[in-house]
Design a protein around this ligand. Structure first.
Ligand code: AMP
Ligand code: MG
Length: 413
């Protein structure tokens, strides 16, 4: 059942903002969420470190061989040359994890592998390639310098030095650093919780139906799509049940979203009779904007409901996804404490002309085919319009057409 809007019929947008300004208004209120949790190292990839990690001990914790060869006393080799080689007695071996237990006596050397502790008494390593071994003797033909091919204790990190910083994103290398200190868990920022609402009387939930939809209905595409974007942007997603086109259904949905840091809605964000997105935002919170000068995705609203942020987007999957890349992804990353994603671009030649409304910034999806950018947009209601696209071309405000053959910048998704 559809109830009439309290405002009656169509209600025009109060003001349509340029995208830059909309993004600024979002950035001004989207701060990283408070709170931290401990995660096991295998689950830490991509998380944001919550506190500095000082090295709990020196690495390496002992003087370590950086070469396969012989640990020597440099004093023994001072006179060594091609013409007058010095022969040292092989006293034993040192391997990683298996130290040579004794002190190296003058006149002797120890067969020492890369990673093994340098035996006491020795002060340099000589590469195996520079030596000749005969039974229990080893021949040296040049002097060695003190410390040659030795990684001294704490060469990499000294105890107490901060090796990972609060705010660092946990890359494989940083997880490797934590592992090398024997850490099993790290304190990271908690993930922002994002509640997802899809609205519309026509929507079906795959959990409740299967096969072709009954007449006039469609499956909800947006919650799954937005969940994918939000999760990849560092959020924990909470999908809520489908919302029907009544103000009461929206009220119940907003109640159910309580506690989420961000509520993302799709559908009902425009000015039609059945569109209650704007009404519920006005009733519950403070609308920071409603309407952006972009195509697709103009009927987009952003609001604050208590401490919760709400982004309401149009239901067309293409509009919704386009906005999700341009607006939602940076927003979620900010809430997660993640740095902005770098924009990756390719230059290509447009294969067909693009038309664009002069009063809006257009995001036109294209597929890259070698050096060509092939427009793939079919229609804003067509779910496959974006699945073939590699990225999009921005057509600025004031430009009505981009001709075929133009070199364009494609921004990859
Ligand atoms: P609305 O934004 O509610 O005006 O919806 C615009 C168009 O998108 C309509 O054709 C809807 O049927 C369609 N639509 C809305 N929500 C969804 C959704 N979650 N999944 C797929 N299509 C949707
Ligand atoms: Mg609708």
């Amino acid at each position: 059942m559809t109830t009439p809007s309290p405002y009656g019929g169509m209600r025009p947008f109060s003001g349509v903002l340029p995208l830059d300004e909309a993004l600024q208004r979002i950035a001004a209120v989207a701060t990283a969420v408070e709170g931290q949790v401990s995660v096991a190292l295998p689950d830490a990839a991509g998380r944001v470190l919550a506190a500095d990690v000082p090295a709990p001990f020196d690495v390496p914790g002992f003087d370590r061989s950086a070469m396969d060869g012989y640990a020597v006393r440099t004093a023994d080799l001072v006179s060594a040359s091609e013409d007058a080689p010095v022969w040292l007695t092989l006293a034993g071996r040192a391997r990683p994890g298996a130290a040579f237990g004794a002190e190296v006596a003058p006149g002797s050397c120890v067969d020492t592998a890369t990673g093994a502790p340098i035996p006491a008494g020795a002060d340099a390593m000589v590469m195996v390639e520079r030596t000749v071994r005969e039974g229990a003797r080893v021949r040296f033909t040049r002097p060695a310098g003190v410390g040659d091919h030795v990684s001294p204790r704490a060469n990499d990190v000294r105890e107490g030095v901060v090796v990972l910083r609060a705010g660092d994103v946990l890359t494989p290398a940083r997880i490797g650093v934590a592992a090398s200190f024997g850490l099993r868990a790290l304190r990271v920022r908690r993930r922002p919780v994002v509640a997802l609402i899809s609205s519309g009387d026509e929507l079906l939930d795959a959990a409740e139906a299967e096969g072709p939809p009954r007449a006039g209905h469609i499956y909800d595409a947006n919650r799954a799509m937005l969940a994918a974007i939000c999760e990849a942007s560092g959020a924990e997603v909470r999908p809520l049940p489908l919302v029907r086109d009544t103000l009461d259904a929206w009220r119940a949905a907003f109640d159910a979203a309580e506690g989420a840091d961000l509520l993302v809605c799709s559908g009902g964000s425009s000015v039609g009779e059945q569109d209650y997105g704007g009404d519920i935002l006005a009733e519950r919170g403070e609308i920071l904007f409603h309407g952006i000068a972009v195509k697709p995705g103009k009927p987009t609203a952003f609001a604050r409901v208590g401490s919760q942020l709400v982004l309401a987007m149009p239901g067309n999957p293409t509009s919704c996804l386009s906005n999700a890349y341009v607006i939602l992804r940076p927003l979620v990353r900010q809430l997660a404490g993640l740095p902005p994603l770098p924009t990756i671009t390719r230059e290509a030649t447009l294969t067909r002309p693009l038309k664009s409304p002069v009063d809006r910034l257009q995001f036109y999806p294209v597929r890259l085919d070698g050096d060509h950018a092939v427009p793939v947009f079919k229609g804003s209601g067509d779910v496959t319009s974006l699945s073939d696209a590699d990225g999009y071309v921005e057509v600025p405000i004031g430009v009505a057409q981009v001709d075929a053959g133009t070199r364009v910048v494609v921004r990859l998704y």
